[in-house]
Design a protein around this ligand. Structure first.
Ligand SMILES: NC(=O)C1=CN([C@@H]2O[C@H](COP(=O)(O)OP(=O)(O)OC[C@H]3O[C@@H](n4cnc5c(N)ncnc54)[C@H](OP(=O)(O)O)[C@@H]3O)[C@@H](O)[C@H]2O)C=CC1
Ligand SMILES: N[C@@H](CC(=O)OP(=O)(O)O)C(=O)O
Length: 378
């Protein structure tokens, strides 16, 4: 079989290319071994302008020269019809209609937006956790009217959900199901896009509310770790495939999330406390060993953007910290620290993830890499 690295690059389009996530897509894809940026799309405010004029570039690396003169397109499928893959960093207010139209036009869409995450026939994939859920794409295509041959939508999760399900997946694979879970987030300002939270609201402050976030984290965690949780029975066409991976089919996961916005630019930190179904629970040392040994299928299958180490475990008592640890491995993995016994549940720890990289763009890219390896992108 011919390897992807021996083939011509796959042309890709980026929707929402001027935004926080779109800019990270450009940074990562401009040096990608398989994908080549072909078209950039954004709102009518940006369309028709050269990318360098339309965008307010906020990455710490310079804008890649190859995109500077590309003229930004409206997000209409015709301009993207040559693309093998579409990455979407669209504002959720418009992502539903636009991504739906791209799918109907037989385009393969990898989305960061929340709009389709709860659809039972759309995979919600954190690539260091549940790449196997990609297998429900064929059902999504079959159910579309008319049935689709190449078009589909794959979503990745909320950035906080992504951060904590990675260590949770490592623990469940080693020690069996988690029974219950409390998470408290400290979310960076960049999570709200640009310009995001007004400076007068966030400097010298913590805001203990992010609209819709707690419900999303609770629901998404159950869909990712529990396969089909909360899906109405009549919608369960994807059930058969997902149940195979569902550790919670008979032991529903109980989860409570509390979300806070903190004055950090990039990097979501989450305090996690877990109770395992099994008794006695693993010790903190066993937990650290399981986290360090975790090797998700993105690594096993050789996805080029997968981090070498999925979970970096810190022994220092005051790590991870956003400023010091978010850039580790280009933000493609997560960092865990302060693994210790919890006197109320079993074990508690803190996890840090770059919300724009593994929390968004990097996840989409690894999902697409895996889809290429599996022949789903044609
Ligand atoms: N930031 C983060 O950490 C994360 C974000 N997400 C999700 O990713 C998506 C993008 O987020 P983010 O980059 O932060 O958002 P931004 O607000 O920074 O960017 C939004 C993008 O959408 C485009 N857009 C807005 N309106 C329209 C329209 N009517 N038609 C076409 N394009 C439009 C904007 O183009 P223009 O510049 O022309 O207005 C811009 O490119 C959102 O759905 C968000 O919820 C998910 C995980 C993490
Ligand atoms: N709401 C998240 C980022 C985000 O956009 O999430 P979602 O894609 O789930 O709407 C944050 O503010 O940090």
């Amino acid at each position: 079989m011919q390897r992807q690295s021996d083939r011509p690059p796959i042309t890709v389009g980026i929707l929402g290319a001027t935004g926080t996530v779109g800019q990270r897509f450009i940074t990562l894809l401009s040096v990608h071994p398989w994908f080549a940026i072909h078209v950039l799309g954004a709102s009518s405010r940006s369309a028709g302008k050269p990318y360098a004029t339309a965008v307010n570039w906020k990455q710490i690396t310079p804008m890649p020269s190859a995109v500077k003169d590309m003229v930004v397109e409206d997000c209409k499928p015709e301009a993207f019809k040559e693309c093998g893959v579409i990455f979407s960093g669209l504002d959720a207010d418009v992502a539903g209609d636009i991504e739906g139209a791209f799918r109907a036009a037989e385009l393969a869409v990898f989305s960061n937006a929340k709009n389709y995450r709860r659809d039972p026939h759309v995979p919600l994939i954190v690539p260091l956790v549940n790449l196997e859920h990609l297998s429900i794409i064929s059902q999504q295509q079959a159910l579309h009217s008319p049935p689709l041959k190449k078009g589909f939508i794959v979503t990745n999760a909320n950035c906080s959900t992504t951060a904590h399900v990675i260590p949770l997946s490592a623990l469940e694979r080693k020690f069996g199901p988690i029974d219950r879970l409390m998470v408290t987030t400290m979310q960076a300002i960049s999570g709200a896009g640009y310009p995001g939270v007004p400076s007068l609201d966030i400097i010298d402050n913590v805001v203990p509310y992010i609209s819709g976030e707690e419900e999303k984290i609770e629901w998404e965690t159950r869909k990712i770790l529990g396969g089909t949780a909360d899906v109405e029975p009549e919608q369960l066409v994807g059930e058969k495939v997902l149940q195979e991976f569902d550790m919670h089919a008979h032991t529903p996961l109980k989860i409570s999330a509390s979300c806070n916005r903190v004055p950090v630019t990039v990097g979501h930190m989450i305090n996690v406390s877990v109770k395992f179904s099994r008794s006695p629970p693993p010790s903190p040392q066993q937990v650290c060993e399981a986290l360090r040994a975790y090797r998700p299928s993105a690594q096993v299958h050789g996805c080029p953007s997968a981090p070498v180490q999925a979970i970096t475990v810190h022994d220092e008592p005051d790590r991870p910290q956003p400023r010091m640890d978010r850039a580790h491995q280009d933000g493609a993995g997560v960092s865990v620290g302060r693994v210790r016994q919890c006197p109320v549940l079993d074990i508690k720890f803190v996890v840090l993830a770059d919300n724009v990289s593994i929390g968004a763009a990097t996840s989409s890219i690894i999902n697409a890499e895996y889809a290429v390896l599996k022949g789903v992108v044609r």
